[in-house]
Design a protein around this ligand. Structure first.
Ligand SMILES: [Zn+2]
Length: 340
């Protein structure tokens, strides 16, 4: 069997059996101080693949931070076969400002990969992160939430046409997988294209720790690590039901037909049937109601949280289900109800 290998980055080597917390300089402030990103590298005593876990590429998306921190600092890593590279806060300036994008120029760090050492501040930062901590890995998990003011059910975004990526996505064991290559410059796309199969996990809303979602994601991380042989104590999960939505599958952001205040009648993750009234938009006098109906039977993958809309603002993200998945969901929901 191969020997376990050290993990190296600019300025450091982490030996097998060693865990190291690093504050890695990715940029400088206006005052010339270092902008330092927290990194934890857990190098197992036994050989195996290297897996990265990243969060807060968008600075206000917090759920994933707690997932990454718990994996790094609360799990028992005795017997780990491989290495975990844990980056709970990728976008430090945006995190400090509690904004989605890098402050000042509003650059999206998650459109700046793989980065460039001679380009914008975002691309320089992305370059440092990419080359030191992401490109040397074998598998990647990148945690996100919905944009501020909306919320997502926990789901995976992955290029299911790529068998290596599909292996990671299936092992994560979420009910819903939305298949796409992902936008150019996104961490997931650029890593997958350079041979590190990477998925995005969307979970909940910005500015929150949402414990049930965090716990569920942690179970799924165990499942991925089991699939790739890092932890023999865990097993690969099956989520009970699964739907994979590809480019041909029907999915739509339902947008407001009038401005007003929104009364949402469903929660994220709910099944709605064709013609169900998903939400009602009212004027300030409650004299006019606009009923927004489901154009087809499907799953509410995302919904708005902030109940104020202009015409054209998104209300919910609805994806069509095939009959088999619909029946599986109905059966699972009934089983859940029986538990009470
Ligand atoms: Zn995000």
């Amino acid at each position: 069997m191969d020997e376990a290998e050290p993990f190296t980055y600019d300025g450091g080597i982490v030996s097998p059996g060693e865990t190291r917390n690093v504050r890695y300089t990715v940029s400088e402030t206006y005052l010339g101080d270092a902008v330092r990103m927290p990194v934890t590298i857990v190098n197992g005593e036994r050989p195996g693949p290297t897996v990265f876990l990243t969060a807060a590429a968008h600075g206000d998306e917090l759920n994933g931070i707690e997932v990454v921190r718990e994996v790094a600092h609360e799990w028992d890593h005795d017997g780990l076969a491989g290495t975990l590279v844990c980056l709970p806060v990728l976008n430090v300036p945006a995190f400090l400002a509690q904004e989605r994008y890098l402050p000042i120029y509003d650059r999206d760090l998650n459109r700046s990969f793989p980065g460039d050492p001679d380009s914008t501040s975002a691309k320089r930062m992305a370059h440092e992160i990419f080359r030191n901590f992401l490109a040397p890995c074998d598998v990647g998990l990148d945690f996100h939430t919905s944009t501020r003011g909306r919320t997502n059910m926990l789901h995976v975004r992955a290029d299911m046409d790529d068998p290596e990526v599909a292996r990671v996505a299936n092992a994560f064991a979420s009910n819903v997988i939305i298949s796409s290559g992902g936008p150019s410059g996104s961490l997931r796309r650029e890593l997958s294209d350079s041979g590190v199969p990477t998925i995005t996990i969307e979970m909940g809303e910005a500015h929150r720790f949402q414990r049930p979602l965090i716990d569920s994601a942690l179970e799924s991380v165990r499942s991925v690590l089991a699939e790739f042989g890092l932890r023999s104590s865990d097993t690969v999960r099956w989520p009970g039901w699964r739907t994979v939505i590809d480019d041909t599958g029907e999915k739509t952001w339902i947008r407001a037909d009038s401005g007003g205040l929104v009364d949402m009648h469903y929660h994220r993750g709910d099944l709605v049937y064709e013609d169900d009234v998903i939400c009602t938009i009212t004027n300030p006098f409650k004299t006019e109601n606009t009923l927004m109906r489901a154009p087809f039977t499907g799953l509410l993958v995302g919904i708005l949280e902030n109940p104020l809309v202009y015409p054209g603002n998104p209300l919910c993200h609805l994806v069509r289900l095939d009959d088999r998945t619909q029946r599986a969901i109905e059966w699972n929901r009934r089983a859940d109800d029986d538990d009470w």
